[in-house]
Design a protein around this ligand. Structure first.
Ligand SMILES: *[C@@H]1O[C@H](CO)[C@@H](O)[C@H](O)[C@H]1NC(C)=O
Ligand SMILES: *[C@@H]1O[C@H](CO)[C@@H](O)[C@H](O)[C@H]1NC(C)=O
Ligand SMILES: *[C@@H]1O[C@H](CO)[C@@H](O)[C@H](O)[C@H]1NC(C)=O
Length: 379
């Protein structure tokens, strides 16, 4: 009984000590959290100042837990840091939210992490114009890792004489640049071609399409893309189908030309087998990174066509676009092969004897001098 009481007492004592020590050490939140827009179409600068009493914590480290998101996002992105300034990406068409708290840990807290209250800040670019004036159907494709082609349609409330501009930025550019190669329809910019973007691969590329018209304000569109996720390669090259052995078809091809890194591709191979009955339907037989594939030949089938296409594999990107198909058609079948071997000699010998027979007849009529007959007559 006494033993139990001592135990309970000891537990209460330890708990009390821990609780009181962390209770006594508290830390103030950081100060002056600010979000500013450096004009980079999506990257915002977030900074704060250390808490007031930070010098009084000897033998303790002060860190910050910084979290940010766009209004409407479910999750916060979290950064633990000792820095006081970050440049992070937001979608400028929505409110940017940031919060930061102080974390204190070390001898002064008995190595228990002590957290301050949060401080919050928000930021919103002035959203001019009605939402319906924003451009529609904005798409970009990164062709062969060589050029980015973006297209859009004028917004529903696009006034006459509207002029659209595309601006872009990625880390490494001093400031946002404007497109210098627009695609036009009836004098209105509806797309843009951007070359020389290899420095922007594997980074956030922020894009803004805004517009102006004489008396109307138009809503700008903000988009952040990753080039590798928009890549569309050219079709594979040199598709060759050969019969290896009697049971197998060997299909080989080469990666497409252009700047697509060959190690970044995967391929889909499809086969249309004509079994004589219904119309041949395409069936996937393989998705792989190699550029050769062996297909076992189906029983009696006549394989009619093989086609291959490529796209960025998931070692290089989260997603991408399939290339167009490369197609090769042919006709082989074990059954027919045999029939051909039997039929061809029969037909040949039959036609040869017929020709020889006719020639002999002609020779008899037209060359009484008895010229020698050609020994082979096309046989
Ligand atoms: C391509 O971009 C780099 C900087 O990223 C620049 O130095 C170079 O001049 C550009 N080349 C062309 C052909 O525009
Ligand atoms: C479009 O955005 C660019 C880059 O932010 C800016 O320089 C330009 O003034 C804007 N144009 C209009 C019409 O808002
Ligand atoms: C070969 O024929 C049999 C019987 O007709 C069929 O069950 C089988 O699936 C066929 N094999 C292939 C590879 O088509």
């Amino acid at each position: 009984m006494a033993h139990q009481r001592i135990c309970v007492f000891a537990v209460i004592l330890v708990w009390g000590c821990l609780a009181s020590s962390s209770y006594h050490t508290s830390v103030a939140p950081p100060q002056d959290l600010q979000i500013t827009d450096p004009g980079l179409l999506g990257s915002l600068d977030v900074e704060w100042k250390p808490p007031l009493n930070v010098q009084t914590f000897n033998e303790c480290t002060v860190k910050y837990k910084f979290e940010y998101r766009n209004a409407g996002d479910r999750d916060w992105k979290v950064i633990f840091t000792r820095k006081l300034k970050f440049r992070v990406g937001f979608d400028l068409s929505r409110t940017a939210e940031a919060k930061v708290q102080t974390l204190l840990e070390g001898r002064c807290t008995d190595d228990v992490e002590v957290q301050s209250e949060w401080i919050h800040a928000t930021f919103q670019v002035p959203l001019q114009g009605k939402l319906e004036s924003e451009v529609k159907d904005f798409h970009c494709i990164y062709h062969d890792w060589e050029y980015l082609k973006c297209t859009w349609q004028p917004g529903l409330l696009a006034p006459r004489g509207v002029h659209y501009g595309l601006y872009y930025w990625y880390e490494g550019l001093d400031h946002a640049e404007q497109c210098d190669d627009y695609i036009q329809d009836h004098g209105i910019n509806i797309g843009c071609m951007l070359q020389n973007l290899s420095q922007a691969e594997y980074k956030d590329l922020t894009i803004c399409v805004n517009g102006s018209a004489a008396a109307t304000l138009l809503r700008p569109l903000y988009v952040t893309v990753r080039l590798q996720n928009l890549a569309k390669p050219s079709p594979p090259e040199g598709l060759v189908v050969s019969v290896s052995g009697s049971e197998e078809l060997r299909v080989t091809w080469s990666p497409p030309g252009g700047e697509t890194p060959p190690q970044c591709l995967e391929y889909e191979l499809q086969l249309a087998e004509d079994r004589g009955d219904a119309k041949a339907a395409w069936e996937s037989v393989s998705t792989q990174m190699e550029t050769a594939f062996t297909i076992p030949r189906a029983n009696q089938s006549r394989v009619s066509c093989v086609r291959v296409r490529g796209r960025t594999n998931n070692f290089c990107a989260d997603q991408g676009f399939w290339s167009e198909w490369t197609q090769e058609c042919f006709s082989v079948s074990r059954k027919e092969d045999k029939q051909l071997f039997i039929l061809v000699p029969v037909i040949l010998s039959f036609s040869c004897s017929l020709i020889i027979f006719m020639l002999i007849g002609q020779c008899k009529k037209r060359s009484p001098a008895g010229k020698p007959l050609p020994s082979s007559v096309g046989c």
